[in-house]
Design a protein around this ligand. Structure first.
Ligand SMILES: [Zn+2]
Length: 263
C-alpha cells in the first residue's frame, strides 16, 4: 500500500466512523417538559438562570436548584437520555423505529410521529400523586383531537428510573399495535382497533408485558436486572412501591391491597 492509498483508506475510516457514531439517539426529537414550578409544563424555560425542561439540541440542565419541587433532581436529563437509549433499544433488538414504529410516541394525528414527549417532576396533573408514572394515549382520533394527548409518558418527581421508563414506553408499544408503519390502521371486524384493551384480563396483560419490558430496558441501560419494578427510584416525594416479578406473592399488590399473583 503506497502513501496515497493509505491516506485514502484513512479518510474512509474517518468517514465510516463518523457515520457509525451518528446514532438514532442524536437524530430523534425529544421534548422533556418540567413541572417543577407547578402545574404548567415548561420546556427550555429560563427561570433566574436555570432552564426547566429540555428539548431539541439544548445542553444538559444538571441537577435542579433549590426551590424546585425536588432539588438536586436530574429527572429532566435522565429522561432525555433514556429516550435516546430506548430508540436504540427498539431499533437494535426489534428493528422497530421507536415504540410507535414511526419514530416516537405519538399517533401522528396532531403532532409529527417522531416526537418523544415526556413530563417530569410534577404531580400527575389529573390524578395528583395517585400515579407515580403514567402513559397518555387517546383511544381514537376524535378523542386525541379533544384532549390533545398524542402519546406521552409522565413521571412524578424522582420516578424517572430505567425500568419505570421502559415500562411506560412499553404501554405505548402495546397501544401502537393498531398502527401500521404506513399510517393505516389494523381494525377488527367490529371496527375496534387491534390492541389490548386496558381493562380486565387484557389490561392485566398490558401491565404484565410492560413490567417485563421495563426489566428488559433496565438490562439495556444498566447491564442487569433485579426483576423488581421501580429500582433506583427516589422516594422523597412519593415512596417507592414495587412489584417483584421473580416472586410476585412476596410483595403486597401496589394498587389492589391483595398480594400480586399471575393467573
Ligand atoms: Zn403500567
Amino acid at each position: 500500500m503506497n502513501a496515497s492509498t493509505s491516506r485514502t483508506a484513512g479518510a474512509l475510516s474517518v468517514a465510516l466512523a463518523t457515520l457509525l457514531f451518528v446514532t438514532p439517539a442524536e437524530a430523534i426529537s425529544r421534548r422533556v417538559y418540567d413541572f417543577s414550578l407547578g402545574n404548567v409544563a415548561r420546556l427550555n424555560f429560563n427561570y433566574f438562570g436555570y432552564y426547566l425542561g429540555r428539548g431539541g439540541s439544548q445542553p444538559p440542565r444538571g441537577p435542579s436548584p433549590p426551590g424546585m419541587i425536588l432539588p438536586g433532581s436530574t429527572d429532566v436529563d435522565d429522561l432525555f437520555d433514556y429516550f435516546g437509549s430506548a430508540e436504540q433499544y427498539y431499533m437494535e433488538k426489534f428493528g422497530r423505529n421507536g415504540p410507535n414504529g414511526r419514530g416516537g410516541l405519538s399517533t401522528g394525528v396532531l403532532t409529527p410521529f417522531e416526537y418523544w414527549d415526556g413530563w417530569v417532576n410534577g404531580f400527575n396533573p389529573q390524578d395528583g400523586y395517585a400515579a407515580a408514572a403514567f402513559t397518555r394515549w387517546p383511544h381514537n382520533n376524535a378523542e386525541s383531537q379533544v384532549t390533545g394527548y398524542q402519546g406521552l409518558v409522565g413521571f412524578t418527581a424522582g420516578w424517572v428510573a430505567p425500568d419505570v421508563v421502559g415500562h411506560e414506553l412499553a404501554h405505548i408499544l402495546i397501544h401502537s399495535s393498531w398502527l401500521n408503519p404506513d399510517g393505516s390502521s389494523r381494525v377488527n371486524p367490529d371496527g375496534t382497533w387491534v390492541t389490548l384493551t386496558y381493562q380486565g384480563e387484557s389490561g392485566a396483560l398490558h401491565e404484565g408485558l410492560a413490567d417485563f419490558f421495563g426489566e428488559a430496558f433496565e438490562v439495556w441501560v444498566t447491564g442487569s436486572t433485579d426483576w423488581e419494578t421501580a429500582t433506583g427510584v427516589d422516594g422523597t416525594l412519593l415512596p417507592r412501591r414495587f412489584r417483584n416479578l421473580s416472586n410476585p406473592p412476596s410483595v403486597m399488590h401496589t394498587t389492589g391491597g391483595g398480594r400480586a399473583t399471575i393467573s
